[in-house]
Design a protein around this ligand. Structure first.
Ligand code: ZN
Length: 422
């Protein structure tokens, strides 16, 4: 069955819409010719009708409570599928060119991570390529975005969205690079493909996964930069790493949650990063299939890429608190972090999560499970939704371009430890 993000379906739908739009404009033109539209009526037409808001697209999430006075919207974020999480939003607004608009998200104070709204600014884009920050306030309950759009249609989101079409195009382009193999490791609850990209010929088995939490789109932008450099035939460092190791990369662990506009769960309401100890083929097949494949290949290193709502920093959460974990691997973690910081000043080691006390690790989490099961270096990379407070960018904040650069820099950090992973 065709899905809403299937290009064939979209082509058909677009053609139909285009025909309707052409007819609509022809009707307007005929009417203007017939009655001789007065100048002030033309002005009213160009000023446009009152605001129109929609989130009925891949990754969209917002409920419209009301639109008042034509340029003030009262909104609410929808909860995740079969779960109470919510924070991700993504909607488009039309009809506001040159007008001071406000968008009040009234249930923000009940969202999953309310610290995420402090010093936060929403992102906006006209073309879905360039994203910029817009003034946003939080009063403890309502998150209000204020903006005067320069064009007719503008999209607002929690972070730059990464639709499934872009993921499929990225996988398609990567498989055309020399020495890259692409495959499907399994199906999701909604029967979408779980794509696996592999490259390299070395004996070490290195795993990279992203987007377990679908609202953390930073992970997808990071994957673009990481894979682009990893598969670059002209990059000597990448070539050396591909000679030492085989890379297994699942760029998007949760396409169902992504399409549904969820923050944390898949289509069955499962938080995938709490499923690693005992994944269910029915409710968390994404983890079930990837874990099976990890068992077949072995794991010598694993990085799980995320975004953090609250902290305005890039940081690593490590394999701490795991009973009997080799201390040498904790030293490798320190070396990896030092090398990443040296390669990319957007990364830092001062701020992050407090380490779990010995024996207190939550073994349902991917990093903890993989580190424990394979006695290897496994880590979670967190990127901010806000800005990087140590290296701020007032226009873009933390952005797709910076995520991509951090992904590319990760190869430098890997090169610093790859000879001592076993
Ligand atoms: Zn996460």
């Amino acid at each position: 069955m065709a899905e809403p993000d299937d290009p064939v379906y979209m082509d058909g739908q677009n053609r139909q819409e285009n025909t309707q739009i052409c007819l609509f404009f022809r009707q307007i033109t005929l009417r203007r010719l017939a009655i001789g539209l007065a100048a002030d009526s033309v002005a009213a037409l160009t000023k446009g009708p009152s605001m129109h808001i929609s989130s009925s697209f891949d990754g969209g999430n917002i409920d419209v409570l009301s639109i008042d006075g034509g340029d003030r919207a009262r909104l609410a974020i929808r909860r995740d599928t079969q779960a109470d999480f919510f924070q991700w939003f993504d909607f488009r607004a039309a009809g506001l060119r040159g007008r001071d608009a406000s968008f009040a998200i009234e249930n923000a104070g009940n969202a999953s991570y309310t610290k995420g709204w402090e010093d936060y600014r929403a992102v906006a884009s006209y073309d879905l390529e360039t994203w910029f920050r817009v003034p946003t306030d939080y009063d403890g309950q309502t998150l209000t975005i204020r903006h005067r759009p320069e064009y007719d249609i503008v999209e607002y989101a929690y972070f730059a969205p990464y639709p499934l079409l872009r993921h499929r195009a990225m996988v398609g382009a990567m498989q055309m690079r020399p020495g890259v193999r692409a495959g499907v490791v399994g199906s999701t609850v909604d029967e979408r493909d779980l794509d696996l990209i592999e490259t390299g010929e070395g004996p070490l088995s290195l795993w990279f996964i992203g987007r377990q939490h679908p609202g953390e789109t930073q992970a997808s932008w990071w994957m673009e930069g990481f894979l682009d450099r990893l598969t670059d035939p002209d990059d000597a460092l990448a070539r050396r790493l591909r000679g030492l190791a085989t890379f297994h990369v699942v760029p998007h662990m949760n396409p169902d949650g992504g399409v549904r506009g969820n923050l944390r769960t898949n289509a069955a309401g499962a938080n995938l990063n709490r499923e690693w100890q005992s994944p269910s083929e029915r409710n968390s097949p994404e983890v079930f299939h990837v874990r099976e494949r990890m068992g077949a290949t072995g794991v010598d290193f694993m990085l799980d890429v995320h975004g953090d709502e609250g902290l305005p920093y890039n940081f690593i959460a490590g394999p701490d608190g795991i009973p009997g974990f080799p201390p040498a691997m904790l030293e490798r973690k320190e070396e990896f972090c030092a090398a990443l910081k040296a390669a990319n000043p957007d990364f830092q080691t001062e701020f992050g999560y407090p380490p779990a006390p010995e024996g207190k690790a939550d073994m349902r989490i991917c990093t903890k499970y993989v580190a424990g099961a394979f006695s290897c270096l496994a880590m979670t990379l967190e990127q901010p939704f806000k800005d990087s407070a140590i290296t701020p960018d007032p226009i873009a904040g933390w952005s797709p371009g910076r995520c991509r650069r951090l992904g590319a820099s990760t190869l430098d950090a890997l090169a610093a430890v790859i000879d001592r992973l076993r």
